[in-house]
Design a protein around this ligand. Structure first.
Ligand SMILES: NC(=O)c1ccc[n+]([C@@H]2O[C@H](COP(=O)([O-])OP(=O)(O)OC[C@H]3O[C@@H](n4cnc5c(N)ncnc54)[C@H](OP(=O)(O)O)[C@@H]3O)[C@@H](O)[C@H]2O)c1
Length: 393
């Protein structure tokens, strides 16, 4: 009898401990809802809606973690997605078999960068533990970080740099993952081969540009940047060797008299590819990598199949055309990557890369934060504080 009661007590104790371990502090409201900024349709800033009743994100796969969001970074992509940019391809990614009704992505949470704390780990997550401080870039087909919690896979997250606050850390992951994908994966640059490389960044004063300047300088490259005149001092402070003011006249003229480049990162688009590829060193593997591509626009306008076909034909014919002049033409895309962020963390903690936060908003000011990003002429990043950011923390 005694041993039965003892066993029962032990079982009760174990149940309590298990429950305590899996319980974490959310907002004071019930655990199945959370505060978030959502959109219920695509449009301008008016579609942003604050709710305390957004669905609590659940772990679906064993490699996922729940992160309590401390800060969220905003990017031009968030403004685009608010208006429906990329909706066709994102829907395909969320629902590949097209089983759901159209519009099933709503309520949609935006915000592609997060810095926060892990609250719960899926059974297969070995590299991270509860209470780890992490940062991540969030794929556009997943729910974003303008919420109290977000769920991401263990491959997408990385331990946050110790030297940064959450607010500072949230300014880096999306631009870092984009720059890494464009410069390293597509452009073939690395810390070991940059010493003798000349790189031109078209549009160097924004989020991707300011990160790229710092990473390339840390790797020893020579960096030339185009930006408007009032950003010149700012990009020089980040390490740019040469700065060309694109507002002073046709920017290609001063660039043409310079020594040719090994790689051009294009953050501007428009007519740049009509003249920029002639600035590359021919027949020695030099590359033009543009981040401004028509891929999502094509799929939005023409549907997935036709849009992808048009995209493929466009990029292939351009690549072929430029290959005959001895230079490589490539499209760069954001790619979420925890391992890339691990490398970036080391550079941040070594003081080689600093966050460039242009403006910080509280969680109640998300529409103002969107308006700021929409203004353009960024000098770094716009960040929203979720915890410690006012009324909803
Ligand atoms: N393909 C992808 O997966 C991907 C991922 C991320 C970003 N992107 C794209 O990459 C671009 C850059 O992103 P971002 O986050 O860095 O944007 P951002 O923060 O808005 O910065 C853009 C910068 O470009 C400058 N600029 C505008 N026109 C220019 C010109 N003609 N010449 C030189 N500079 C010019 C602007 O500053 P001033 O005019 O004031 O000097 C601004 O600082 C955007 O078009 C974005 O959509 C693509």
């Amino acid at each position: 009898m005694g041993s039965f009661r003892h066993r029962k007590l032990l079982q009760q104790l174990k149940k309590m401990t298990d429950t305590q371990q899996r319980t974490f502090r959310s907002s004071s409201r019930a655990m199945h809802v959370m505060p978030a900024w959502v959109i219920d349709k695509y449009g301008n800033n008016d579609v942003l809606r604050f709710t305390r009743n957004a669905s609590f994100p659940l772990i679906t796969y064993p490699n996922e973690v729940v992160i309590k969001v401390h800060a969220a970074g905003l990017n031009p992509l968030d403004v685009g997605m608010r208006g429906g940019y990329g909706a066709a391809s994102m829907s395909m990614k969320r629902d590949p078999l097209n089983l759901k009704q159209s519009g099933s992505e709503f309520p949609l949470i935006l915000g592609r960068e997060v810095s926060g704390v892990i609250m719960e780990c899926g059974l297969d997550v070995k590299y991270f533990r509860e209470r780890d401080e992490v940062w991540a870039a969030i794929p556009p087909w997943k729910q974003g970080s303008l919420a109290e919690f977000v769920v991401l896979s263990g491959n997408e997250i990385s331990h946050k740099p110790k030297s940064l606050s959450h607010t500072e850390a949230a300014a880096i992951p999306y631009v870092a993952a984009t720059a890494w994908s464009a410069l390293v994966n597509t452009g073939g640059l690395s810390k070991d081969n940059c010493g003798n490389k000349r790189v031109l960044i078209l549009g160097g004063s924004g989020g991707v540009g300011t990160f790229s300047i710092q990473m390339l300088k840390a790797w020893g490259a020579h960096v030339t940047v185009t930006c408007s005149q009032n950003a010149e001092r700012f990009v020089r402070e980040l390490g740019a060797d040469h700065v060309v003011d694109y507002t002073a006249g046709p920017v290609q003229e001063p660039l043409r008299v310079m020594e040719k480049f090994d790689l051009i990162l294009d953050n501007v688009g428009g007519d740049t590819e009509r003249w920029a590829l002639s600035l590359l060193k021919p027949w020695c593997g030099a590359k033009f990598v543009t981040l401004v591509t028509p891929f999502l626009q094509n799929t939005d306008q023409m549907g997935l199949a036709d849009g992808m076909m048009k995209t493929f034909v466009t990029v292939a014919s351009k690549a072929l055309k430029h290959l005959t002049s001895g230079v490589h033409y490539r499209w760069g895309f954001f790619a979420p990557s925890g391992p890339a962020l691990d490398e970036v963390r080391s550079m941040v903690d070594a003081g080689q890369i600093r966050p460039v936060v242009e403006k910080t908003f509280s969680f109640s000011q998300v529409p103002q934060a969107f308006a700021k990003v929409e203004e353009g002429h960024a000098r770094g990043k716009t960040v929203v504080q979720i915890i410690g950011g006012g009324e909803y923390s």
